[in-house]
Design a protein around this ligand. Structure first.
Ligand code: NAD
Ligand code: UGA
Length: 490
């Protein structure tokens, strides 16, 4: 094995190949994409994706054994092993629209591989694909009578954005699926596994059959998303019962059988994959007549939609049932911190709903502002402001939708000073110090616990101490504030 290629230089193809090139200096790694702008950017110090630690990794190998190119045919021709890491979005048309994966990019690549190969090759599914896609690929690749042998492997990627470099350097596991029944199949599996074994401990490189590998990827994402929806469902209950979802998550997560990760309640999960992959699983189950199973997984996505809408509904109630004409500063637009990616970001739904209420929306984000601009095009009543302090100036409310670390260190006293009073703060990620903010004068609305507000009749003002119970308004998820500005409780 001398040369490997990767078709698709996106969030997965770019970082994954940079890691392989850095760890295997004896291999030549060609990353090919039809998107010329992307390929150009990979050759500069302004990479096309924002990912901590990625630039030094790319620089380590770029020009040595890592090359970015738009010449897909040449990359295919030269490679002994080809990763396919193209996008597999949800289909928006025809059969399975809204659920199934759109495999047009994937199939196009399969046909290109066949057209530009003149010797045996290993082809690796890196993209997340429906179960049994490898079988379809095998049929396409062998459609000219088997002139060349292609061994098809599944090697799903488990990196998360924002921690991609860390995840690739030290993965929980690497999964290689192949035809373990044949000698050729086993050899191909071992060839790929050996690449990872250069830096991943042997016991973490798992080999399995192709279908199990494909299904494991969908299931891993479905389980992770299910945990987020589970805790978010409890956040709604906590708001109506007076419990604190953070405390509940801590107590529940300390059970070693459950574990503490992925139990942060918030505005809902986003990102290009959770929803897409669950819907893919749902489609698969429906296809096989497993209605109950399909319904079960679909409810994870439904709950996520509910959580986003519920957040805006609560905002509206808190702000006297009208936000028309009010300046709302949205701080954070990326679907999570440490990425500029805005695909399926919950912030998009929230902003659209705020605009539908005729709010004046100002969006700020340290890495996702260009993508945010693209999402909204020429939409009226929306502004983009890199400086959070400028975004907050003159605002009625601050709405935190991404938990950027830099936001923890904002000068909140100054922000409060420049805002219209009463000043509202909605923490869609539950990551700020709510009590401190309350003492600065903000009316603070977390997710999954009671708001801290100065609005209840007779309550102390900003900076004053007193029995919180007197001025915390009751059960905001249920009642919120009444339109007269009282807390709506007895
Ligand atoms: P992406 O959209 O960032 O990148 C895909 C790239 O493929 C694009 O640059 C596109 O131009 C290119 N492409 C499409 N058709 C092509 C063709 N015929 N020839 C050459 N290039 C072509 O997508 P991504 O986020 O990198 O995801 C890729 C796959 O990996 C998806 O299946 C996704 O589900 C999966 N995945 C993504 C993540 C993630 O964090 N983003 C993590 C794990 C798995
Ligand atoms: C996820 C998986 O974690 C990766 O293993 C997988 O490879 C990837 O999807 C994929 O297939 O694309 P990613 O979407 O990049 O990675 O990011 P996550 O950290 O999983 O977060 C997803 C969403 O859930 C974010 O919006 C995040 O804010 C939200 N989340 C996560 C919560 O609301 N609460 C939590 O406790 C955890």
């Amino acid at each position: 094995m001398k040369t490997i290629a990767c078709i698709g230089a996106g969030y997965v193809g770019g970082p994954t190949m940079a890691m392989i090139a850095a760890k295997c200096p004896d291999l030549t790694v060609l990353v090919a994409d039809v998107n010329a702008d992307r390929i150009r950017a990979w050759g500069t110090d302004t990479l096309p994706i924002y990912e901590p630690g990625l630039l030094p990794l790319v620089r380590q190998a770029r020009g040595r054994n890592l090359f970015f190119t738009t010449d897909v045919a040449e990359a295919i021709h030269r490679a002994d092993l080809i990763f396919v890491s193209v996008n597999t979005p949800t289909k928006t048309y025809g059969q399975g629209a809204g659920l199934a994966a759109d495999l047009q990019y994937w199939e196009k690549v399969a046909r290109e591989i066949l057209a530009h190969s003149d010797r045996d090759k290993i082809v690796v599914e890196k993209s997340t694909l429906p179960v049994r896609t490898a079988e379809a690929m095998a049929r396409i690749l062998h459609s000219d009578g088997g002139r060349i042998r292609f061994d098809i492997l599944s090697n799903p990627e488990f990196l998360a954005e924002g921690t991609a470099v860390k995840d690739l350097e030290n993965p929980d596991r690497v999964l290689v699926g192949g035809d373990l029944e044949t000698e050729n199949g086993r050899r191909a599996v071992e060839a790929l596994a050996d690449i990872y074994r250069r830096w991943v401990p042997r016991e973490r490189v798992l080999t399995t059959n192709v279908w199990s590998s494909e299904l494991s990827k969908l299931v891993a994402n479905a389980f992770l998303a299910q945990r987020v929806s589970s805790i978010n469902s409890i956040s709604a209950l906590a708001e109506t019962t007076g419990a604190d979802v953070g405390e509940v998550a801590r107590a529940v997560g300390m059970d070693s059988r459950i574990g503490g990760k992925f139990l942060r309640a918030g505005i809902g999960f986003g990102g290009s994959c959770f929803k897409k992959d669950i819907l893919n699983l749902v489609y698969l189950c429906r296809n096989y007549g497993l209605t109950e199973v399909a319904d079960y997984w679909e409810s994870v996505v439904r709950l996520n939609e509910y959580q986003k809408t519920r957040f805006v509904r609560n905002m509206l109630k808190a702000m006297f049932n009208t936000i028309a004409g009010k300046r709302i500063a949205v701080l954070g637009f990326a679907f999570k911190a440490d990425t500029g990616d805005t695909r399926e970001t919950p912030a998009l739904t929230v902003c659209r709903e705020l605009l539908a209420e005729h709010a004046e929306v100002v969006i700020s984000d340290p890495a996702a502002l260009d993508n945010a601009r693209r999402e909204f095009g020429d939409t009226a009543h929306i502004q983009f402001e890199p400086d959070p302090a400028q975004a907050a100036a003159g605002a009625h409310a601050l709405v935190f939708l991404t938990d950027w670390d830099s936001y923890r260190h904002l000068d909140f006293a100054a922000l409060y000073h420049g805002m219209v009073k009463p000043a509202f703060l909605f923490d869609g990620r539950n990551f700020l110090n709510h009590r401190e903010l309350f003492h600065l004068g903000f009316n603070v609305y977390p997710i999954g616990s009671q708001p801290l507000t100065h609005l209840a009749a007779g309550g102390p003002g900003p900076g004053q101490d007193g029995p919180v119970g007197l001025w915390v308004c009751g059960l905001w998820g249920k009642t919120g504030l009444a339109s007269d500005g009282s807390d709506g409780s007895d």
